[in-house]
Design a protein around this ligand. Sequence first.
Ligand code: PLP
Length: 454
Amino acid sequence: MATKEFPLVPEKVPQVRTKYRTIATEIPVAASVPLLKKLRDMEPRSMGGQPPVVWHRGDGACISDPYGNRWLDFSSGVLVTACGHGRPEIVQAIRDMADQGLYHAYCFPSEVRLQLVEELSSWLPPPLARVFLLTTGSEACECAIKLAMTRGLALGGKKKTVFVTFDHAFHGRTMGVQLAGGIPALKTWLGDGDPRFVQVPYPDGFRQKDTRFEVFQAALAAKGVDPDDVCGVMSETYQGCNACLMPPEYAQDLRRWCDRHKAVLIFDEIQAAFGRTGKPFGFMHCGVVPDLAACGKGISGGMPLAAVLGTEELMNMYGPGEMTSTHSANPVCAAAALANLRVIRKERLVENAAALAPVLAEGARRIAAASRGKVGRADAVGLVAALQFTRPGSTEPQPEHAWEFVRRAVARGVMLFAPVGVGGCAVKINPPLVITEEALREGLAVLEEIAAEL
Ligand SMILES: Cc1ncc(COP(=O)(O)O)c(C=O)c1O
């Protein structure tokens, strides 16, 4: 779903000056327009979807432009900067590795790679036992699909390569994960797709009211899928478009179903892992452990690094040199990720997300109430919330309201990324995990005012 471009016409907006936010110019800033226009002229249009703010400097939960404006960051980029921006330990780790002269090592062993794998291993609940480092979330999800299909082939031949995902699921933008995703608008370029990729309804209680596991089985039966032909099932732990966790009973039934039919259970934890939901992994809310977890975003706090975490059996299916990547465990990224994970642990940021979860959930409820029906659904877990703007009384997306909400928030010093989700109707609120209660409340109060004015 394409979002609407934000206009590059400077607009007079009320001036703001608080501990966390400064808006001292028109928005967008007149002096920034040439830069913004040049980018729009030289890059694909797809890169022009975010609010027209030039990101220049980061400090903690705030981001500044070069023109004297400062925003309270409720985006974390795109759920990446778990420890906030400009985190000294991460900056130092990047500097130290650069000073060492090691900014690439392919798959040759390095000390920092071992340190990161050890750190990640210490987060893993059994039977997750092995760590494979990659670069992007899409790559990690693709790898998980490959492992499930490889195991399916080994167990049941070509028949056992049906791969199940969920409606509205987002797993990235490379070809395999677009096939696996549940957003039809993103797959038009794939023609008739690949019949091995099958979607079932996600039990969100909003678009899919019946959240019992029987719906999963009925949906497969309706599509003529023999459960024994399924090689894997993949789901985001909470869907990126709605911040709604898979219900625990559903997840537990799914776990049993996968075991019964020898299908690999995969959770896409690209958004959820390392504290975002108030637990180390999102699946810990559900009382299950998957066979594979794909991680990215908050794993590194900013540098491009991702990981597949998996069981001994699955992770060892390929032989030496058969499952690698040019930039696996890039030393600078690995050093940053190590520093990031150590800060998350030392500063108890998982616990901070859990402690602030009720504040965010209450804020999301108040925003929905203030919107007088424009927000049809507000979900929140840990430090992520999603406001879905829908036609009152229905689930039909109202992307114009979501877009205008983001535009006004940015003009008042609260940074949000452009709407996502079904029909572009969802506004996400996901500040860095280092945010304080004071800052969180300030930003939520601004968003509540905007909802009331829309
Ligand atoms: C749930 C989920 N999975 C996968 C991805 C893809 O990650 P990347 O953009 O790093 O390839 C994303 C990115 O937004 C995501 O939110």
